[in-house]
Design a binder for this molecule. Structure first.
Ligand SMILES: Nc1nc2c(ncn2[C@@H]2O[C@H](COP(=O)(O)OP(=O)(O)OP(=O)(O)O)[C@@H](O)[C@H]2O)c(=O)[nH]1
Ligand SMILES: [Mg+2]
Length: 264
């Protein structure tokens, strides 16, 4: 809403009556300035977990991905329009755990950048067995930077398409029933282990696959909710790419793969 329109509302009159016109104008300037700066999200995690791929597929970006070695060497930042309206500023950071010397540089970068962002998206691999390093990074680096503000954290459990038993159904671009069951069991186990070291709610932990664009909608939604909690700057939630499919395609997909209905 423009400042001009705001000043025509009943609410504006109420504010002026209660705090006076001068204070109300200061308040409106502060709100306008805050609204003009989109919420900032930093994406962090161990090397190669899919941080850049997630940003590329969530926001239609085109940043370099590391298929065989380090993908992101320096921090990169851009602002993206989100489907439902509003903008988000995203900072992609290099991953940890690849090289001792480089880790020190990257940890310093994390400590400099993370206190200034609204939301931290910590990505880890749901298909990996070893959680210890992620737990240590969360406990020793991320949580101290969040202090009491753990609502600023979203944990993304990526690469669920690689979890078995069960496999990915290419035609439906969806996990088979068996794989979906494995995904639920595995991600529940990870969430329980994470909740021992963080006090974040289950809604802040989202499993997904960046390359398959599976549950990216849920991830986007968790980010918007986390940003709104602090920034209240985004109008509504992101929508799913499935929302854009034709009625016929939706009917066919829902008939063939009925279990996908509730989670799309
Ligand atoms: N199977 C599968 N592979 C994925 C997924 N997401 C990312 N990858 C692959 O993981 C590799 C690393 O992806 P990146 O996006 O570069 O990972 P990153 O965390 O940004 O890596 P660094 O910047 O080097 O820390 C690439 O080969 C991606 O294609 C996923 O959901 N499923
Ligand atoms: Mg990267």
């Amino acid at each position: 809403m423009s400042e001009e329109n705001l000043k025509r509302t009943k609410e504006w009159k109420k504010i002026v009556d209660s705090i006076g016109e001068k204070s109300a104008n200061v308040l409106s300037d502060v709100i306008e300035e805050a609204m003009s700066q989109p919420p900032r999200i930093a994406v962090i995690g161990k090397a190669g977990v899919g941080k850049t791929t997630t940003i590329n597929n969530l926001f239609s970006a085109d940043w370099i991905v590391g298929d065989i070695d380090t993908g992101t060497k320096y921090s990169q930042e851009a602002s993206f329009e989100i489907l439902s309206g509003g903008r988000l500023c995203v900072v992609d950071l290099p991953g940890l755990g690849e090289d001792l010397e480089q880790d020190e540089i990257n940890k310093k970068m994390y400590r400099e950048i993370l206190p200034d962002v609204d939301v931290i998206l910590y990505i880890m691999q749901a298909n990996a067995r070893d959680l210890e390093e992620d737990q240590l990074i969360l406990r020793d680096i991320v949580l101290p930077l969040l202090s009491s503000d753990q609502k600023r954290l979203v944990v993304g459990l990526n690469k669920v398409d690689q979890i078995g038993p069960g496999g990915w159904i290419q035609a439906a671009n969806y996990p088979s029933r068996e794989q979906e069951k494995s995904i639920r069991i595995r991600t529940k186990d990870i969430s329980e282990k994470l909740s021992k070291i963080t006090h974040i709610s289950p809604d802040q932990i989202v499993y997904f696959s960046a390359t398959k664009a599976y549950r990216l909608n849920q991830l986007g939604e968790a980010l918007v909710i986390a940003a709104n909690d602090l920034g209240w700057k985004l109008p509504i939630r992101p929508k799913s790419s499935f929302d854009d499919a034709s009625r016929l395609i939706k009917t066919v997909v829902n008939a063939l793969f009925p279990w996908t209905k509730t989670t799309r």
